[in-house]
Ligand binder design. Structure first.
Ligand SMILES: Cc1cc2nc3c(=O)[nH]c(=O)nc-3n(C[C@H](O)[C@H](O)[C@H](O)COP(=O)(O)OP(=O)(O)OC[C@H]3O[C@@H](n4cnc5c(N)ncnc54)[C@H](O)[C@@H]3O)c2cc1C
Length: 473
């Protein structure tokens, strides 16, 4: 049996767990980041609408509101340091009937209560001036100039890579199955038979957080997987819309939006449907009918464009109105639960908050001064230079001139780099999230065989344990 010893074990390598592991690894504490799947960022964090939210529509006074607006700033800065692509497209929330129009002043006030002062109410003419392809019948809107689009895959990978570079040990393919709480430490047993002994345990397991919470003796919440299905339209549709088109939010959530994507497409979605099955990330006929019906009204011209892909993600909705972040100093256990529809934006702020919670619970450790620079991530954004466009790069390394995936213009050099990176892909899907290969119009029909061959020849079996040379445990 393999055993690993550390100060802090973080369960779940989605955006939230990776951000926490990165933050804690910035101190002298020894950190292990444990993920049940074969890759980081393979849960909810890979399938969302990828909007960097200002937090204008959060419930004022909640922890979520604070975390989203702080997370917006932290992630914007981090994106600039690491090369995570972000486009400040802005958003317009559109009112389609008198009731929604009347709700706009209240939404503007709410934005201001959330610390966001830049919303403006505009009339229908101004809405159509910004969104000329919008369907008929819009009565007015609320502008949110700082809502942005971002690459959720790169966010997750950057945070996890940074955690490993700072000395954290990453264990993938290690689902935590049982725990033993002792007087001084807790031992986590994984399905692979590894025992991880930690002074403190952080539960950032997303959809699985309530099950782990129960292993610590709690029954304080239940996760309900709330499915969101989305349709991704071809890049030719991008000329139709350069802003995020938001509906007036309802009690069930943010509603169906139309948004440009960072990869140059346009998306329509998500749905919002409570399920029982926490693995039900398939799409459905009913979901598409619903979205097409909405899309027909929102932007009829979009429906004439070709669909590139469809996907679904599961929000970890809980029976509690806010994030649930609570420390148990006796068991040295911290729950980070209910991060349902804003965790991409809020992740780094949650990590900062967790640092303070751990310090007040007795686990204070000052930040190190010898931290490595944040990783420089490969650019997946359509609006920024990609390797195939850079003559000097190609002259220095011809692999960046050999395009393998023609829809997304991904080169052999990028696939090689991904396979040799700090956290290499474990699967073809992981390679897609690191390069965009097979993510385009043909959905791997033309490039799939070559990408697979390159992946197999370049990648050795990825280690389930990743640590940097100076990693402690
Ligand atoms: C349709 C949709 C749209 C969204 N849009 C946005 C948006 O535009 N902007 C935004 O900010 N947020 C958005 N979100 C929310 C955001 O995606 C989530 O809040 C965020 O990804 C949650 O991250 P996480 O790390 O908590 O969870 P996850 O990414 O799910 O990570 C949890 C990890 O824990 C692992 N795990 C679970 N149990 C165990 C165990 N026993 N042992 C080991 N590992 C375990 C899982 O495998 C998983 O990888 C959206 C969500 C959805 C579904």
């Amino acid at each position: 049996m393999t055993s690993v010893d550390c100060d802090v074990a973080v369960i779940g390598a989605g955006i939230v767990g990776s951000a926490i592991a990165r933050d804690v690894a910035g101190s002298d504490l020894r950190v292990v980041l444990i993920e049940g799947r074969a890759d980081v960022g393979d849960g909810t964090s890979k399938a969302n609408t990828a909007i960097l939210h200002t937090g204008f529509d959060a419930k004022p006074g909640t922890l979520e509101s604070r975390m989203v607006s702080r997370g917006y700033r932290l992630l914007s800065d981090y994106a600039a340091q690491t090369g995570i692509p972000v486009e400040p497209t802005g958003a317009i929330l559109v009112a389609w009937d008198a009731e929604q129009l009347e709700a706009l002043p209240g939404l503007k006030e709410k934005a201001e209560a959330n610390g966001y002062q830049r919303c403006e109410i505009v009339d229908a003419a101004a809405v159509y001036a910004e969104l000329p392809h919008l369907g008929p019948g819009a009565l007015g809107g609320l502008t949110v100039p700082d809502e942005s689009i971002i690459c959720t895959w790169t966010v997750n990978l950057a945070l996890a890579t940074d955690a490993v570079n700072r000395g954290a040990t990453l264990l993938t393919d290690h689902r935590v199955a049982s725990i033993e709480v002792g007087d001084e430490s807790t031992t986590l047993h994984t399905e692979r038979g590894t025992a991880i002994t930690a002074r403190w345990v952080v539960n950032a397991a997303g959809l699985g957080a309530d099950h782990l919470d129960a292993l610590f003796g709690y029954h304080r919440f239940t996760v309900t997987p709330r499915r969101g299905e989305l349709i991704v339209y071809d890049k030719l549709a991008r000329a139709l819309v350069d802003k995020i088109v938001l509906p007036v939010p309802t009690a069930r959530g943010k509603g169906v939006l139309i948004s440009p994507t960072i990869y140059g497409n346009v998306m329509l979605g998500p749905t919002s449907e409570d399920l029982q099955d926490r693995t039900a990330t398939g799409t459905s006929e009913a979901g598409f009918e619903f979205l097409l019906d909405k899309g027909r009204r929102l932007m009829p011209a979009l429906l004439a464009e070709e669909v590139t892909a469809t996907y679904a993600g599961l929000r970890a909705a809980i029976d509690h109105g806010d994030y649930l972040i609570e420390a148990d100093p006796v068991q040295r256990y911290l729950l980070v639960g209910g991060i349902r529809s804003t965790g991409l934006t809020a992740g780094m702020a949650i990590a900062e908050y967790v640092r303070d919670v751990l310090a007040s619970a007795g686990l204070a450790s000052p930040q190190r001064t010898d931290l490595p620079a944040p990783p420089r991530m490969p650019n997946l954004g359509e609006a920024f230079p990609r390797p195939y466009q850079q003559d000097e790069l190609i002259a220095a390394d011809p692999a960046y001139g050999r395009v393998v995936c023609f829809c997304e213009r991904v080169t052999e050099g990028e696939i090689r780099d991904a396979c040799q990176s700090v956290i290499p892909p474990a699967t073809l899907d992981g390679l897609r999230r690191r390069t965009r290969a097979m993510n385009g119009r043909c959905q791997a029909f033309y490039c799939g065989a070559e990408v697979q061959e390159l992946f197999e020849s370049r990648s050795h079996t990825p280690p389930a344990l990743t640590s940097s040379p100076e990693s402690q445990p």
